[in-house]
Design a protein around this ligand. Structure first.
Ligand SMILES: Cc1cc2nc3c(=O)[nH]c(=O)nc-3n(C[C@H](O)[C@H](O)[C@H](O)COP(=O)(O)OP(=O)(O)OC[C@H]3O[C@@H](n4cnc5c(N)ncnc54)[C@H](O)[C@@H]3O)c2cc1C
Length: 470
């Protein structure tokens, strides 16, 4: 059906299909004339402004099955929305169907077995809240409003990953609705090819309605926080950071954030808005043992301010939420690194000193440890040799800043490319980077195509970083 048809009114067969869908569904259908439509169509990245024809808010797996049949029969483009956080905006589409999982958040924890199951539309906050009630956790990302769905399917890493691996390394099984509308369990023993593919291959292979994770004792109090240095000390701080991480135990995770100082209460007022480099620290072990280990991080130079202490793991998981709220305009670029070069330090410091907006930031995240141990081909995620990842957050509010902001992110990306290893994390890729999908999957790409042909030969699930079956 041509898009233009839907810009005026839905066709008669589509209207009849929607009415039948409404009758069958436990959840709700949201249409452009409904009051809930404006909020339902919005996703985290305010730069993405799409108007789907139909939003299907599912409550149960049976709703997802019904919605998949509806989408397939309609021939319209199909998006799947988990947490709606992905920078590329694939959780929504123009004039198509959105299968919205955001109401599917039910979590159960078996503390004895160290296992949790959670719905495919839950956020990291939902999972952390359920597991931390038992002093348990699985590694996820650093912004609690992110969806567990997209994060897990792309790989997933955060404060616990050097110790406990990627999110996918802790995935025990998943319930998947395939393009044919079948509900299958994927695990090491059931549909093992599918299980391999969904651990990094994104939403290409089906809709995950339930994840089962292995858990580890974590906290519930962890030693964590920020140590802030002036950007003019940046090169020295980054060099010492490199040396420090080479020796750091896997319980200890430190990321660097270059940005303008936000008005945080522990920073002197005169530092607010000034260029800084912050060390974000989390020790995922006994805090008393962590204290002497983090002490050197306070001595990299003249500290602008520090707020590092023992706090609930769930609070630390939400610490970056205020800086990464929904609705701003975002354009990101990312590289992976096998090692950090002095030339990269010069480059990021130069661009950090010339940010186009006070919300922009450059994240340098450490990986390695348990995240690097599995063989590259053991899961679809192929970036096991990445010791560090850089995420350039171009971020601002005013559309008039788009050109300047995007240029800044792209120029930094180009200037830092000589120091990168050519790989990229699929979850940090923007909408205009389809040509990087092969480098994201490296030696796993051909096997992913074979699994795609088996589970989604018509490419129903194509609004993602697409692995084409063709
Ligand atoms: C502020 C911010 C911080 C981040 N920090 C981290 C971090 O620390 N670590 C990290 O690893 N990543 C991080 N990310 C990246 C994040 O992992 C991706 O953006 C991820 O895709 C978000 O998942 P989502 O479900 O919220 O997104 P959505 O936009 O809803 O979905 C992303 C993709 O996954 C598909 N999808 C989502 N759920 C399902 C499902 N249940 N079944 C099938 N397909 C599904 C969608 O169709 C879409 O193609 C961050 C992103 C943001 C915006």
């Amino acid at each position: 059906m041509p898009d233009s048809v839907l810009k005026t009114a839905p066709s008669r067969p589509l209207t009849a299909g929607i009415e039948a869908l409404k009758r069958d569904l436990n959840g709700k259908v949201v249409l452009p004339h409904d009051a809930a439509y404006e909020s339902a169509r919005k996703i985290w990245n305010g730069m993405v402004d799409k108007r789907p024809a139909v939003i299907v808010r599912c409550l149960h797996t049976s709703d997802v099955v019904r919605a998949v049949h509806f989408a397939r029969d309609s021939g319209l483009p199909l998006s799947v929305r988990g947490g709606g956080h992905n920078i590329a905006g694939n959780a929504t589409c123009d004039d198509g169907i959105v299968i919205d999982l955001s109401q599917m958040k039910a979590a159960t924890v078996n503390p004895g077995l160290h296992r949790a199951t959670i719905g495919g539309g839950a956020t990291l906050a939902d999972l952390d809240a359920a597991t931390q009630a038992h002093g348990l956790a699985t590694p996820v990302g650093i912004n609690s409003t992110t969806g567990i769905g997209g994060l897990t399917l792309g790989g997933g890493f955060g404060w616990l990953s050097r110790k406990h691996g990627l999110t996918i390394d802790n995935l025990e099984s998943a319930e998947v609705v395939t393009a044919s509308g079948s509900v299958v369990q994927a695990s090491a023993t059931e549909h093992p090819d599918l299980f391999w593919a969904i651990r990094g291959g994104g939403g290409n292979f089906g809709i995950v309605t339930r994840f089962e994770f292995r858990l580890h004792p974590v906290g519930p109090q962890v030693l964590s926080g920020l140590i802030v240095y002036p950007l003019w000390e940046g090169k020295s701080v980054l060099r010492q950071y490199r040396e420090f991480m080479a020796q750091a135990p896997e319980e200890l995770q430190v990321w660097c954030v270059l940005r303008k100082a936000p008005p945080l209460p522990f920073l002197p007022q005169e530092a607010h808005g000034k260029d800084i480099i912050a060390l974000a620290v989390c020790y995922a072990g006994d805090p008393a043992k962590g204290e002497p280990l983090v002490a050197p991080l306070r001595k990299f130079g003249p500290v602008v301010g520090a707020h590092l202490g023992v706090q609930p793991y769930t609070a630390w998981q939400q610490a970056f939420d205020p800086l990464l709220g929904a609705g701003a305009r975002n354009y990101w670029k990312s590289h992976n690194f096998s090692a950090l070069d002095d030339g990269l330090f010069d480059t990021v410091i130069h661009y950090a000193a010339n940010m186009p907006s006070p919300q922009c930031e450059i994240f340098l995240g450490a990986l390695g440890g348990a995240a690097a141990r599995p063989a590259t081909t053991s899961t679809a995620y192929a970036q096991r040799d990445a010791q560090f990842t850089m995420n350039v957050h171009g971020r601002w509010d005013d559309p008039a800043d788009d050109v300047r902001g995007i240029r800044w992110a792209r120029d930094l990306f180009a200037a830092s490319a000589p120091f990168a290893n050519g790989g990229v994390y699929v979850n940090f890729m923007t909408a205009d980077e389809g040509d990087r999908v092969r480098s994201a999957y490296g030696p796993n790409y051909d096997r992913l195509v074979r699994v795609k042909r088996q589970y989604d030969p018509a490419n129903l699930f194509r609004l993602n970083q697409n692995i084409s079956p063709a």
